[in-house]
Design a protein around this ligand. Structure first.
Ligand code: LLP
Length: 431
C-alpha cells in the first residue's frame, strides 16, 4: 500500500534544499507550491495496476490544471476529465488523444457539443435536453465519440454539502428515482447512447456511499442491457464511468481508505462491473494530487496579543478558498520551520491564528492552533495542498499566483512547473 501523506520531515528537508538552490527562491517568492512528482506517479501506477487494463483513467483537470503536470500525465498513459471547453483545450494542447478526453459539464453549448463530437472525445450528457441536442447534431455530422449520460443516483449527500452532488436535488445529471423509464426510453430512442456516468461528490462522501451510488446506476445499466438485448446480442451500455470522489486524508494521523481497499469494496458490491461487459472510466482528481502538494509560505509578521497570536503569511483565501469560506468542512495540517527549513519543535504557550494577506476578515486558514514559537522569517508548511487550490485561485487583491516547483524523492533537483506571475501578467489579466 502506498503512503497516504507526505511527512513533515520530508517537506522540511526538501525546503532546506530549495533554499540552497539559488535559482529557485528569489526574494519575491514569499510562497511556493511544491509537488512531489514521484508521489503523483505512484498514485497513477496504483490506479493502473489495480483496475482492469482496459480502464481509462481520466484524471480531473479541475483538480490541477498546470500544463506541465498535464503533459506528464499524458505520458503516463492516463486520460483527462474536463468540465469546461477551456479545460478541454488545455487537455488537447497538453497532447491528450481525443479518445482519452472525457467531457463532463452540465452547461455545454450547442457549439461545444459539436466541437466535442467532431473531435471524437468521450462525451457525458448531463440532461435529457443535452441528449436531444446531441441527437440533432449527430444527424448532421459523423463522430467517433462515445456518448454516455450522467445519472444522479440520489443516494444522499455526504458530510460536505458544497461538494456533494447526489442529493435528491442536484444540478448534475438526471435524477434516477422519478426518471427511470424515461432514461430507458432514451436508450431505446438513441442508438448512439452507449455509456453511463455517475459521480456523487468530492471529499466528504464516505466510500460506502460512493459505492451505493455506483451500484444504483449499475442496476439501471444492467436492466437496460437486459431489456435492450431483445433486439441485439450486443450489450447496449458498454462504457461505465464511475467518476472520482475517493476521499483523501488531510490529517497525517488518519489513514484513508486506500485505492486498493476501495477497489476491493467495489468488486464485492459491484462484481458485474468487472466481468468484462463494461469498459470502465474513472475520474479521480483529489486522490492523485491532494497529498502530493504542499506550500511553504513565509511568516511576514507575528502579532502577539494577550491569549492569542496571529501569524501573517502570504497565502490565504486566494489559494485555500474552501478552507477560508467553509472552515468547518476543511483542514490543512500546518508545520513550522525556521528560515533554513529546519523543523521547529516545542509548543508555544499561546494558540495561533494563521491569517492570509487579503483584505477581509475571514482570510484565515487556521485558528486555535498549537505551534512551536513562531518568529518573523520562519516558514509555515501547509500540507496536502495539491488539489483544488491553484485551480480555485482567487484574484481578490490581485496578488500574484505563486511559483510552483516539482521535485523527485531521489533529489534530482527542482523543476519549475509554473513561474510566479509577473506584474505584467497581472496587468494583462485585468486588461
Ligand atoms: N468527476 C466529476 C464529474 C466531478 O465533478 C469531480 C469533481 C471529479 C470527477 C473529481 O472528483 P475528486 O476525485 O477530485 O474528488 N474543491 C472543489 C471540489 C469540487 C469538485 C468538483 N468535482 C470545491 O470545493 O468546489
Amino acid at each position: 500500500m502506498i503512503q497516504s501523506n507526505l511527512s513533515k520531515e520530508d517537506m522540511s528537508s526538501v525546503l532546506s534544499k530549495a533554499f540552497k538552490d539559488k535559482t529557485l527562491f528569489s526574494p519575491d517568492d514569499t510562497a511556493i507550491l511544491f509537488y512531489n512528482l514521484n508521489f503523483i506517479q505512484e498514485k497513477i501506477s496504483d490506479l493502473q495496476n489495480l483496475f482492469p487494463e482496459s480502464a481509462l483513467h481520466a484524471i480531473a483537470v479541475k483538480a490541477n490544471p498546470l500544463t506541465k503536470i498535464l503533459a506528464k500525465m499524458q505520458t503516463f498513459g492516463v486520460g483527462a476529465e474536463v468540465a469546461s471547453l477551456p479545460e478541454f483545450h488545455l487537455a488537447e494542447m497538453a497532447g491528450f488523444a481525443p479518445e482519452t478526453i472525457v467531457f463532463d459539464s452540465p452547461c455545454k453549448t450547442k457549439s461545444e457539443i459539436e466541437y466535442a463530437l467532431k473531435a471524437g472525445v468521450h462525451l457525458n450528457a448531463d440532461s435529457f435536453d443535452e441528449l436531444d441536442r446531441i441527437g440533432e447534431i449527430l444527424k448532421t455530422i459523423r463522430s467517433k465519440s462515445i456518448v454516455g449520460v450522467r445519472i444522479n443516483p440520489q443516494v444522499g449527500t455526504g458530510t460536505i454539502k458544497s461538494t456533494s452532488v447526489a442529493g435528491d436535488i442536484s444540478k448534475f445529471g438526471i435524477p434516477v428515482n422519478d426518471n427511470r423509464e424515461k432514461i430507458i426510453a432514451c436508450f431505446l430512442k438513441y442508438d448512439w447512447l452507449t455509456g453511463v456516468h455517475v459521480h456523487i461528490g468530492s471529499q466528504g462522501c464516505p466510500v460506502p456511499l460512493v459505492i451505493e451510488g455506483i451500484r444504483k446506476v449499475l442496476d439501471l445499466a444492467l436492466e437496460i442491457n437486459e431489456r435492450l438485448k431483445l433486439n441485439s446480442a450486443q450489450n447496449r451500455i458498454e462504457t461505465f464511468d464511475i467518476g472520482g470522489g475517493l476521499p483523501v486524508s488531510y490529517h497525517p494521523e488518519i489513514q484513508p481508505v486506500s485505492m486498493e481497499q476501495y477497489l476491493a469494496m467495489l468488486k464485492t458490491a459491484c462484481p458485474e462491473l468487472f466481468n468484462g461487459q463494461f469498459r470502465l472510466i474513472t475520474e479521480f482528481g483529489r486522490y492523485i494530487y491532494a497529498n502530493s502538494g504542499w506550500v511553504a509560505s513565509k511568516v511576514e509578521y507575528v502579532k502577539r496579543e494577550p491569549g492569542y497570536t496571529i501569524i501573517m503569511t502570504h497565502v490565504g483565501a486566494d489559494l485555500f478558498l474552501r478552507k477560508s469560506y467553509n472552515p468547518a468542512d476543511w483542514h490543512h495540517h500546518i508545520t513550522v520551520v525556521d528560515k533554513n527549513g529546519n523543523l521547529k519543535t516545542g509548543t508555544d504557550a499561546t494558540k495561533y491564528i494563521v491569517a492570509g494577506p487579503l483584505c477581509f476578515a475571514s482570510d484565515v486558514i487556521a485558528r486555535d492552533l498549537e505551534l512551536p514559537v513562531v518568529e518573523e522569517g520562519d516558514y509555515i508548511l501547509i500540507h496536502d495542498a495539491g488539489a483544488y487550490t491553484l485551480s480555485m485561485w482567487s484574484r481578490y487583491n490581485s496578488r500574484q499566483m505563486p511559483k510552483v516547483a516539482g521535485y523527485y524523492t531521489e533529489n534530482k533537483g527542482f523543476e519549475i512547473l509554473k513561474d510566479r506571475e509577473t506584474k505584467e501578467d497581472l496587468y494583462e489579466f485585468w486588461s
